[in-house]
Design a protein. Sequence first.
Length: 146
Amino acid sequence: MKPILIAVAFFASTFTKSFAANDPAVQPIVLKSFNTTFANATEVAWSLSQDFYKAQFYLNGQYVTAYYNTDGSIAMLARHIAATSLPMMLQTTLKANYKNQWITDVLEVTGENGLQYYVTVEDADTKVILKGYSTTWSMYQKSRKD
């Protein structure tokens, strides 16, 4: 159940890049963990997402989102990547199975289930979010455009 909650919280907040004007009160243990792990992070914005603290920040030329448990441990890290940065097997199957759609977003997610990729592909009528592991894609979410 917890992985489903993480995924729901992740997608509800990561695809929209809104930064809160007022950061919530973040527990000192979470701040210490963040500052130790990401000492060079800039543009840090904190928010609460489900039972997690979410930090969105800029690090080494890219925006990263980190989800922290209340005990200060990292639950998940996510970053936007280029489609060409996907593993070759995932690139190949994506091109073969979705050649008539365009890629609008690619996320690399590291969490308790290991490394996963989420790709959004669209055509004029449909938006599909795919979840990829080492060599295969599965449908994560599909919706019709209005």
